[in-house]
Structure formats: C-alpha cells, structure tokens
Design a protein around this ligand. Structure first.
Ligand SMILES: C[S@@+](CC[C@H](N)C(=O)[O-])C[C@H]1O[C@@H](n2cnc3c(N)ncnc32)[C@H](O)[C@@H]1O
Length: 351
C-alpha cells in the first residue's frame, strides 16, 4: 500500500517536472524570439488566472485517469515511467539550433519550404507543407529526429498520457473478439509518426499483431529505431496513405489514429473514416485521438485559437468545429463515444 502511494507520488512528480520544463522552454524561447525578432507575428499569449486554473485542473484529471488505468491493469505501470531521457538529451540541442529557421519560416509565412529531393507526385497536396513551421514538414530524417520532443514540449510533458487514453476503449472494443486467440487480432495505428503510440500499444497488447502506417518514410525509419528493442512480437511498419489503406476489406479488428485528423481537410477526413470502416471487420473498434474541439471544451477556446495563430495548421479551425460524432455514425459506425482529456479528445466507435 505504502509502496503504491510512493509510486503514485513519483509518477505525479515526474509529470509535474515535465510540465514545468515544457512551460519554461516555451517561455524562454518566446522571450528570445521576441527579443531577436520584435516584429514576429507570434505575439504574446496571455493566459488569465481562470484559464491557468482550468489547465491545471484538467492536467490533474488526466494524470488521475492515467494512474487509475494502470492501477486497473489496462496497461502496465512501467509505461508511466518509461521516458527516453537519452533520446531527449540528443534532441533538445537540435531543437534550439533549428529554432531560428522555424521563426524565419513563420515570419515569411513560407509554408512550402520542403526538401528539394522529394517527389511531389507521391504525396497529397495538403501534406506538402511545413505543418507547425517545422523544418522539412514531415519529409526528412532531421524532422523525424526531433518531432516527439517537440510534441512533448507543446503538451507540457503530457503527450504520452494523452496517447494512452486510446488504450481502454481499444481493449473494450477488442473484447468483441474474446473467443479468438489474441495473436490472431490485428491492430493498425494509422499516421503512427515516430512510434510513440506504438510503444504504448505494445505495452498494453503484448500478444496482438500491431501494425503502424504512415505516409512519411523518414518518420517510419525513426519509429523503427524507437520500437526496435520493445518486448513482444515485431511491430510491422507500412508506408501508405490513410486515404487508401493497403489492407483488405474486413481484415482488421482494431484501428487507432492519433493527432492526424486536425491536419486533414474535411473531405479527406471523411474519406479516411470511410477507409477505416472498409478495412475493419464487423465488430471491430475504431479509436481516434486528436485535439479537443470547441463544443465540448469552450473554456479552452483561447488555447485553440492561439494554436491556430502560432502554428501553421490550415485545417485546424475547421476541424475544431466539425461534428465528428455525427460523421462517424453517418459512415455506418455504431456506439460512438467521445471524451476529452486535457488537450485531447478521444472517440471510439464500433463497425
Ligand atoms: C501530428 S503527426 C502524429 C504522429 C503520431 N500519431 C503521434 O501521436 O505523435 C501526424 C502524422 O500523420 C502522418 N500523415 C499525415 N497525413 C497522412 C496520410 N494521409 N496518410 C498517412 N499518414 C499521414 C504524418 O506523416 C505524421 O507522421
């Protein structure tokens, strides 16, 4: 009992520490940017007292939820403490060195500043841009090598706690196939990026077949390095487009998709949802996680607006207003549920 209490305190202290580090980084980098480039369009983001209280209380609830799910064996507790510190150490100086390029791109509103060697024909038009003003968009090994620490900083150290919110609904959904061998069940993580979600999934689903798909070869290479020494069966990585998944109809039992939808135009979001419906077997479970939306997180509208203003996210404004629950049902899914956790909203639905 006492040991459990100590672990819980350690977990909360770790999260609090990461949150302070994330905030300190953002404060310092904004100050330096405003000093060097006083005309920069970013401006200052004023957080009033009530918003601060709401942020703190929402982060506390997220940590409580994360702890309770581990306590209830939804996933192993070791995931809560599994931080790639060495990796962060190599990524952090690169983030600072790259920052002036990001500011410059933001100042010049240069969204198409991409590596010269890429084959434009291989990617959809909406993808060929520097989302968040990041160097090379999603199209270089350098971008892939610093991405997950950038996300960690953006979310004040709580990115993985939010990603883990997909696990409980996935587990509940896969229960529809409890009469089958776990090793025969297939879970696809779409837009898997540099592999952070895959690591959480492997921790929670040690026996199931897990596949990660992304459009970026560089991000898949980074994911491959990140997950190479995980316990359990090898995770398969596939280069592909969420709009045309390279899987047969009714061939998968679970799909997860984290932080993709806000980067897609509305028509593509619909196309991707239809594709998810096609490849899932009847009874299969879809779990989406993405930014919170205006209708159920009105107290965080200021944060959503600031995100749109400070980062190049051309489809975000439309995304935060779309009624995805209705869209998911319209496509044919049932039992649609959604719930928000700090900055992330999670949907689940059954085919
Ligand atoms: C914001 S990142 C999210 C990555 C990861 N899921 C995470 O939790 O950090 C978006 C990812 O979606 C991928 N992506 C964007 N459009 C895609 C598409 N049409 N098909 C497959 N992947 C796509 C990008 O390459 C990028 O890795």
């Amino acid at each position: 009992m006492a040991r459990n209490q100590i672990s819980k305190i350690a977990y909360k202290t770790l999260q609090q520490g990461k949150s302070i580090a994330g905030l300190a980084h953002k404060e310092l980098s904004t100050k330096i940017m405003n000093f060097i480039l006083p005309d920069n369009k970013l401006g200052n983001f004023y957080i009033d007292k009530q918003l601060l209280i709401d942020i703190q209380s929402s982060m506390d609830s997220l940590r409580e939820e994360d702890w309770n799910d581990a306590e209830n064996n939804i996933y192993p507790k070791k995931l809560l403490f599994d931080e790639p510190w060495l990796r962060y150490l190599t990524q952090y100086p690169k983030i600072w060195l790259d920052m002036p390029n990001t500011w410059d791109r933001r100042r010049k509103q240069n969204y198409q500043d991409l590596p010269k060697n890429i084959d434009n024909e291989s990617y959809p038009k909406y993808y060929l841009r520097n989302f968040h003003h990041q160097t090379d968009g999603y199209l270089s090994d350098f971008s892939a090598s610093i991405y997950d620490l950038q996300v960690e900083i953006l979310f004040n150290g709580s990115a993985d706690s939010m990603r883990r919110r997909i696990i409980k609904p996935l587990k509940e959904g896969l229960n529809n196939f409890r009469d089958r061998k776990k090793s025969s069940l297939k879970i696809l993580d779409v837009a898997t990026g540099s592999g952070r979600t895959l690591k959480q999934l492997r921790g929670a689903f040690p026996k199931e077949k897990i596949i990660g798909l992304d459009l970026s070869g560089s991000y898949l290479k980074e994911a491959s390095r990140f997950i190479s020494n995980l316990d359990g069966d090898l995770i398969e990585l596939v280069k592909g487009n969420a709009e045309e998944l390279p899987f047969d109809d009714n061939s998968l039992q679970g799909i997860s998709c984290v932080y993709l939808f806000h980067e897609l135009p509305r028509t593509v979001r619909e196309k991707v949802l239809k594709e998810f419906f096609r490849v899932l077997e009847p009874g299969g479970i879809l779990v989406l996680a993405d930014s919170i939306q205006v209708n159920d997180s009105p107290n965080f509208i200021q944060i959503m607006e600031n995100f749109h203003k400070s980062f190049h996210e051309p489809f975000y404004c439309d995304y935060i207003k779309e009624d995805l629950n209705s869209k998911i049902e319209e496509i044919g899914f049932n039992s649609t549920n959604s719930k928000s956790f700090f900055m992330t909203k999670v949907w689940s639905a059954v085919k």
